[in-house]
Design a protein around this ligand. Structure first.
Ligand code: FAD
Ligand code: SF4
Length: 437
């Protein structure tokens, strides 16, 4: 178990470490600068990847950073946390020849690091157009919306519940993908250039507060993300050493050396959050077992994320349902039952109960939708609790509001939140100027 920052850094070594100039030169030289490049099409923010790789190759790092940031304001964070294996790098033509794809994510972070460390001024806030927009939530979607609005000449105030910006890009993403400092440095860099204002420790959730915003601002963007972990109704979830995955990960990211887990950790779930929780516990020395109710093939997690937990020694039990959490004040044991999928339906197998020792239980059973924000008149949600929007303009059913990110897509990646925040800013601009997009 790491007890010092040095030991922590060793156990949480970066998966995509920064390249030095030589590595970036050689890697960028491999790019074929494809016409109609499939890597661009696979990027939700459509970064001109061959162009920035060419710029790196010709030692124009500032130009490369400008190419990246023109499409994605979280260029550095995304270079490190994007599932590139299934996005740009997964689409690289080299895969077809059985050759390692270009390391696009690492090249991207190479260029953005140079810009951030040297405080390169790539953009300038436009002259004010006398319109004001409020943004609720300083996560990737809210911040991306604020940057684009500032470029278009809007005055932007962001209201954020937490004392720090970044949303789940800061509180959720695994420490072996990106450090907290890197996320904060990129946001500081953006704020220096775009000049939006952030009001921290300010949650907006009552109808009175929304009414206030409606009076003061011309439009409002909702980038509120998702809520707490969806805790199942199984008895025992209130025991002391049972916690939701999002809450555990947030606590761990903010206090990595203080958070204690047990010796025998069980993580329930099969999504990427379950993988992160399992991997993080294994890296601090716990014996970790993942329990998923369906088969390995049916897991929502990316294959490379599952490979990662195996590489740090976590075990997995598939086709098993949690029936009972046993213990007194603390969880001591779990009673599970075998399952099978029949015609797509999950069935429990009779007399197949088994117990699993457990002294720390993490429930990675999805995140709640933030339906309390329903206090906004006319705001509609779909059957899955996602805010309904016009897919072109990101405008909500109440026309003064726009939305993007996890609250709209139900939970995707940082890069999707960035794309949607930027798209919403353009939607707001067209709405306020009464023009077509
Ligand atoms: C454990 C975990 C790991 C992840 N790892 C990755 C990864 O490796 N790579 C990746 O690409 N994606 C990852 N994601 C997904 C990614 O973090 C999210 O898709 C992305 O952060 C969504 O951005 P957002 O702006 O929509 O919401 P969020 O990031 O959730 O930000 C919402 C912000 O709004 C604030 N807020 C909410 N309600 C209010 C209110 N009423 N008033 C004021 N402020 C409010 C919140 O405090 C928060 O700061 C992960 C998610 C989780 C849960
Ligand atoms: S697909 Fe691969 S080789 Fe082609 S431009 Fe993109 S990164 Fe370069």
């Amino acid at each position: 178990m790491p007890t010092t920052p040095k030991e922590f850094t060793e156990n949480f070594e970066q998966l995509k470490p920064l390249m030095d100039a030589n590595m970036a030169y050689y890697e960028s030289s491999r790019c074929l600068f494809c016409y109609d490049a499939p890597c661009i099409k696979a990027c939700p923010t459509s970064i001109d990847i061959p162009l920035f790789i060419k710029q790196i190759n010709t030692e124009n790092l500032t130009g490369a950073a400008k190419t990246i940031y023109s499409s994605n304001f979280f260029g550095h964070t995304c270079g490190k946390v994007c599932p590139t294996e299934v996005l740009c790098e997964g689409a690289c033509v080299y895969n077809e020849q059985g050759v390692k794809p270009i390391e696009i994510g690492r090249l991207q972070s190479h260029a953005t690091t140079a810009a951030i460390k040297n405080s390169k001024q790539l953009f300038k806030k436009s002259e004010s157009n006398n319109h004001k927009v409020a943004v609720v939530g300083a996560g990737p979607s809210g911040l991306s919306c604020a940057c684009e609005l500032s470029l278009l000449g809007y005055e932007v105030d962001i209201f954020e519940t937490n004392s720090k910006p970044g949303g789940l890009a800061l509180n959720g993403t695994a420490p072996y993908k990106i450090t907290n400092d890197e996320v904060i440095e990129e946001i500081d860099y953006l704020q220096d250039q775009f000049g939006f204002n952030v009001v921290y420790n300010k949650r907006i959730d009552t109808s009175r507060e929304f009414k206030n915003l409606e009076e003061k601002y011309d439009a409002i963007f909702l980038g509120i993300g998702l809520g707490k972990t969806n805790i199942p109704s199984t008895e025992g979830t209130d025991l002391e050493n049972c916690i939701g995955a999002t809450e555990f990960i947030e606590d761990f990211k903010m206090n990595p050396l203080q958070v204690k887990v047990g010796k025998k950790v069980v993580v329930i779930g099969g999504g990427n959050t379950a993988m992160d929780a399992a991997s993080e516990c294994a890296r601090i020395g716990a014996d970790v077992t993942l329990i998923y109710r369906r088969s390995k093939e049916e897991m929502g997690a990316y294959e490379f994320e599952y490979d990662l937990i195996k590489s740090v020694g976590a075990k997995a039990i598939f086709n098993a349902n949690l029936k009972e959490i046993r213990g007194g004040f603390l969880v001591e044991e779990l009673l599970c039952i075998r399952t099978q999928s029949k015609n797509g339906k999950l069935e429990e197998l009779e007399n197949s109960e088994f117990s699993v020792p457990c002294d720390f239980l993490i429930l990675a059973t999805g995140q709640e939708k933030q339906t309390d924000i329903l206090e906004i008149p006319l705001l509609e949600y779909d059957s899955k609790g996602r805010i309904k929007i016009d897919s072109k303009t990101m405008q909500c059913s109440n026309g003064k509001y726009f939305a993007g990110g996890d609250a709209v897509n139900g939970g995707a990646e940082v890069v999707n939140a960035c794309a949607e925040g930027k798209q919403a800013a353009q939607g707001i601009d067209s709405f306020l100027k009464n023009k077509e997009i």
